[in-house]
Ligand binder design. Structure first.
Ligand code: PLP
Length: 719
C-alpha cells in the first residue's frame, strides 16, 4: 500500500510525540481529578495550573480569563451566548444595542450557525449580516465602517481555514474603535494558534476561541479567552470547575497534551519557522504548476498562512482531483472538511467572488508546522505523478499519444451528464448533450485523443452544443451544416427500424447512430449495429434520451416514446437524471423496484465470508484509470480502454476494472450474460453503491458493493 502523505493540516493534525507522551502519562499515572484534595488530585491540579499558566503567557492574556473546554465550537457557543445575553440585558435596560449581528462572510460555519441559534433561543431577533470580503478574502473595511455602528456583536476570524488568508485584525480594530464603541468582538483564532503572534490583552478582542486538534494536540480539547470586563455567561453549569466558568471534570489527557504543544511553541525549537514553511509551500506550488497546466491559486500567498494552498484546475472537477490525489496517497480536501461530502461550491471562495469553476473545483492542500523536508519532497513527486495520470487520461493537455478510448462514456455533472460514443478503430466519436460544465473536459479529451467528431448532438435544443462545436475547431470540421439539434444535414441514407419507419442515421466505425424525432425540438438517438440497412430492436444496445421521467414523474415517458423500436433491455441513457440514475431500461421502468440500501452492502469485515458464500463472485473496481496511474499500480490489461483483468482488489483478491464512467458500456454484457455475483468497490463506497444500485434497478439481483470501499477494507483485514 502507498504510504500516506497527510496534507490536510487545516482539518486536523496528527499528535506531537511529546503531546502523546503527556496524555499517556496522565491516563496511566497522573489520572487524578484536579478537584480532589488528596495528593493524586493535587498532582492533577498542578498539571492543570501549569498548562494554564503557559497558555496565558503565550497568548498574552493579561488579566483576562482563559478556560479549557472541548474545542472551538464550544468556545464560539460560549462567546456568542455571553455576548447575546449581555445585549439582551442592555436592551431590557433601554440601552441602544444596534440591530445587527455582523460576521465575516468567510467565517467557519460554527459562527453564523451559533449566532442564528442563540439569537433565536434568546428571542433577540437581531439581523444576521455577512460582512463582505474582497477578492483576496480579506474583510471589506469600508463595508465594516458602514455596518459596525449598527452592530451589537462583530465576529471575524484571525485566519481562514480554507484559504489560510490572514485577516487585518489591526485594521478591523481601528474601524471598531472609530465607529462601534459598544460592539462586542469575537475573533476565531483556531487557525492562528502557533502560526501568528497573539497578544490578546493588548487588543480589544472580547472573545477568542482555540482548538487543540489543529495544532498537534488531540481532538476534544480547546480554550476560550475572554477579555477582562467582557460579559460572560457559562454555557455549562455543574461542579464549578474552571472557577465556575465551565463546569465538568476537565479533559486532563487533552489538556496535558495541549500543554506539551504549548511548551514546544514556547521553546521555539520544535516547529518550523515561517520562512521555512513558506519555502515548502513554494515548492508545492511549483510542483502543482508543473504538473497541472493552468492551475490557479485561490489564495494570495502574500497574505495567507504559509501552510495553506488553495487551487483549482481548469476543466478538472474537484471530485476528480480528490480521487487522483487520494489514489496517490496524498490526503487533501475539497472545500472545507466539514462540507467535503457535498459537491457544493465553497462558500468562502464564492464570497471572494471567484468564478464558479474555481469555487466549485477548489482543492485545499495544507500542512502543519512539524512537516519535514522528506514529506515535502515526496509530496512534490506524487503531485508530478498525479499530473502524468491525468494527462494519460486526457483530462489535462498532453504531448504524449494517449491510449485510444472506445465505447460509451458517461461524464456526470451534478445530476446530469453528457455522453460520448467513441470508436477507436476509426478514431472518431459522437458527442451527445454536451453540458456547459463538461465542455472544457470534452474538448480537452477530443484534442488529446485526436478523434474526428462526427456529430455534436442535443436531445433538446439547449446546452452548449454550438459553443463546443466552435471550440473543437478542426476536430469538428467534418460535421458540415446541421439542424438545430446538431444533426448533420449530409448524414447517411437512413436505416429501417422495427416500427417499419426509415430514420436518418450516421455511421461510426461498425456502429450506427439513428435519430428519432420526438415532437418539436426534441430527439432521441439510438446506437447499435445495423444489418443490411436495418437496425432491429435486439441490436439496439443504447437509446440516448433527454430524461427518463415524464413531467408527471411517471417514469414511463422515455420508454413509451420508443415503443416498437427498442427492446425491453435496451439501455435508456438520460442526460438529465438524479446522479444515482445512470441508465434504465423499458423493463426497469415498467417494474420499478424499491430503492435498495442495506441489502446491497457488504461490509469490509464480512468480505471473506461473503466471497465464501457467493462462489464465483467477480470483484469490480469502478475507479477511473487515472486513479490507477496515480497510485503507481501496475495496470493489468488496458484500464484506459475501460477494462482490465487482474487489478488488485480489497484484501488482495483479483478484480476487474470497469470505471464508473464506462459502466453503461458493460451493462448489456451483464444483463444478457449468465448471472454471476458482482461485488463493486471503489475508494470510499460512494461510487460503487451507484453501480450496484443501477444493476439492481435494471433487474440484476446479484449486485453488491463494498461499503466503506478500499479505505476501510485493508484495515478490516488487519483487525
Ligand atoms: N473555526 C475554524 C476556523 C475552524 O477551522 C474550525 C475547525 O474546522 C472550527 C472553528 C471548529 O473547531 P472544533 O473542531 O475545535 O470545534
Amino acid at each position: 500500500m502507498t504510504t500516506e502523505i497527510y496534507l490536510d493540516g487545516n482539518a486536523t493534525s496528527s499528535i506531537l510525540p511529546a503531546a502523546l507522551a503527556a496524555a499517556l502519562d496522565v491516563l496511566e499515572q497522573r489520572f487524578g481529578n484536579p478537584s480532589s484534595t488528596h495528593a493524586t488530585g493535587l498532582r492533577a491540579r498542578a498539571t492543570l495550573d501549569a498548562v494554564r499558566q503557559r497558555a496565558r503567557r503565550l497568548l498574552g492574556v493579561g488579566d483576562g480569563k482563559l478556560m479549557f473546554n472541548s474545542g472551538a465550537t464550544e468556545g464560539i457557543q460560549t462567546a456568542v451566548l455571553s455576548a447575546l445575553l449581555a445585549l439582551r440585558e442592555r436592551r431590557e435596560r433601554g440601552e441602544a444595542i444596534g440591530a445587527l449581528l455582523l460576521y465575516g462572510a468567510t467565517e467557519h460555519k460554527a459562527v453564523p450557525e451559533s449566532l442564528a441559534h442563540w439569537n433565536r433561543v434568546l428571542g433577540l431577533h437581531l439581523e444576521l449580516r455577512a460582512l463582505p470580503v474582497d477578492g483576496s478574502g480579506r474583510h471589506d473595511l469600508s463595508a465594516l465602517r458602514v455596518l459596525a455602528p449598527q452592530a451589537g456583536l462583530v465576529c471575524t476570524m484571525a485566519a481562514n481555514n480554507e484559504t489560510g488568508v490572514i485577516s487585518d485584525l489591526a485594521g478591523i480594530e481601528a474601524v471598531l474603535a472609530d465607529c462601534a464603541a459598544g460592539a462586542l468582538w469575537l475573533v476565531d483564532c483556531v487557525q492562528a494558534l502557533g502560526k501568528l503572534d497573539l497578544h490578546l490583552a493588548s487588543t480589544r478582542i472580547d472573545y477568542a476561541p482555540f482548538s487543540g486538534h489543529k495544532l498537534y494536540a488531540p481532538k476534544g480539547v480547546g480554550m476560550l479567552y475572554v477579555r477582562a470586563g467582557a460579559p460572560y455567561t457559562a454555557l455549562m453549569m455543574g461542579g464549578g470547575q474552571e472557577d465556575g466558568l465551565r463546569s465538568g471534570t476537565e479533559n486532563m489527557a487533552g489538556i496535558a497534551a495541549l500543554g506539551a504543544v504549548l511548551a514546544a511553541l514556547e521553546d521555539g525549537a520544535t516547529f518550523r519557522s515561517h520562512a521555512e514553511l513558506a519555502g515548502f509551500r513554494k515548492r508545492l506550488a511549483d510542483s502543482l504548476r508543473g504538473a497541472l497546466p493552468g492551475v490557479v491559486f485561490n489564495n494570495d500567498f502574500a497574505c495567507s498562512l504559509p501552510t495553506t494552498l488553495n487551487f483549482s484546475v481548469p476543466g478538472v472537477p474537484s471530485a476528480t482531483l480528490m480521487d487522483v490525489f487520494d489514489a496517490a496517497g496524498v490526503r487533501v480536501s475539497s472545500g472545507s472538511a466539514c462540507s467535503a461530502k457535498k459537491a457544493a461550491p465553497s462558500y468562502v471562495l464564492e464570497a471572494m467572488q471567484l468564478p464558479r469553476w474555481r469555487s466549485a473545483g477548489a482543492i485545499r492542500m495544507s500542512f502543519g508546522a512539524l512537516v519535514d523536508e522528506a514529506t515535502i519532497a515526496a509530496a512534490c513527486a506524487r503531485i508530478a505523478r498525479c499530473g502524468e495520470a491525468l494527462r494519460a487520461s486526457c483530462l489535462i493537455p498532453s504531448q504524449q499519444a494517449p491510449l485510444p478510448h472506445d465505447g460509451v462514456v458517461q461524464l456526470g455533472v451534478e445530476g446530469a451528464c453528457s455522453w460520448l460514443v467513441l470508436d477507436a478503430a476509426s478514431r472518431s466519436c459522437v458527442i451527445i448533450d454536451p453540458l456547459p460544465e463538461a465542455c472544457e473536459r470534452i474538448e480537452q479529451f477530443v484534442r488529446c485523443q485526436q478523434y474526428a467528431v462526427r456529430a455534436v448532438l442535443s436531445t433538446v435544443a439547449e446546452g452548449a452544443r454550438a459553443r463546443l462545436v466552435a471550440a473543437l475547431g478542426a476536430y469538428s470540421a467534418g460535421i458540415g451544416p446541421t439542424d438545430a439539434l446538431g444533426w448533420p444535414r449530409q448524414a447517411g441514407e437512413g436505416v429501417m427500424l422495427d416500427d417499419g419507419g426509415r430514420r436518418a442515421c450516421l455511421t461510426l466505425g461498425q456502429q450506427t447512430v439513428a435519430r428519432l424525432e420526438q415532437g418539436t425540438g426534441q430527439a432521441a438517438y439510438l446506437l447499435g449495429r445495423a444489418v443490411e440497412g436495418r437496425l432491429p430492436a435486439q441490436q439496439l444496445r443504447f437509446a440516448f434520451v433527454s430524461q427518463l421521467a415524464a413531467a408527471d414523474g411517471t417514469g414511463q415517458a422515455a420508454a413509451a416514446a420508443l415503443a416498437g423500436v427498442i427492446e425491453a433491455d435496451t439501455l435508456l441513457c438520460p442526460t438529465r437524471a438524479s446522479d444515482t440514475q445512470f441508465c434504465s431500461s423499458p423493463r426497469a421502468l415498467a417494474q420499478p423496484r424499491d430503492p435498495v440500501g442495506e441489502e446491497l452492502q457488504v461490509h469490509a469485515a464480512a468480505l471473506d465470508t461473503f466471497l465464501r458464500s457467493h462462489p464465483g463472485t467477480v470483484l469490480i473496481d469502478v475507479r477511473e484509470p487515472y486513479e490507477y496511474a496515480a497510485a503507481g499500480a501496475p495496470a493489468a490489461g488496458d484500464p484506459a480502454a475501460g477494462d482490465s483483468a487482474n487489478a488488485s482488489g480489497p484484501g488482495g483478491h483479483p478484480a476487474r476494472s470497469v470505471p464508473l464512467s464506462r459502466l453503461s458500456a458493460h451493462l448489456s454484457e451483464w444483463l444478457h450474460g449468465t448471472p454471476v455475483p458482482l461485488l463493486f468497490f471503489c475508494r470510499s463506497g460512494n461510487r460503487s453503491v451507484k453501480a450496484a444500485q443501477c444493476l439492481r434497478r435494471l433487474g440484476y439481483s446479484q449486485a453488491w458493493h463494498l461499503s466503506g470501499g478500499l479505505a476501510l477494507a485493508p484495515l478490516a483485514r488487519a483487525a
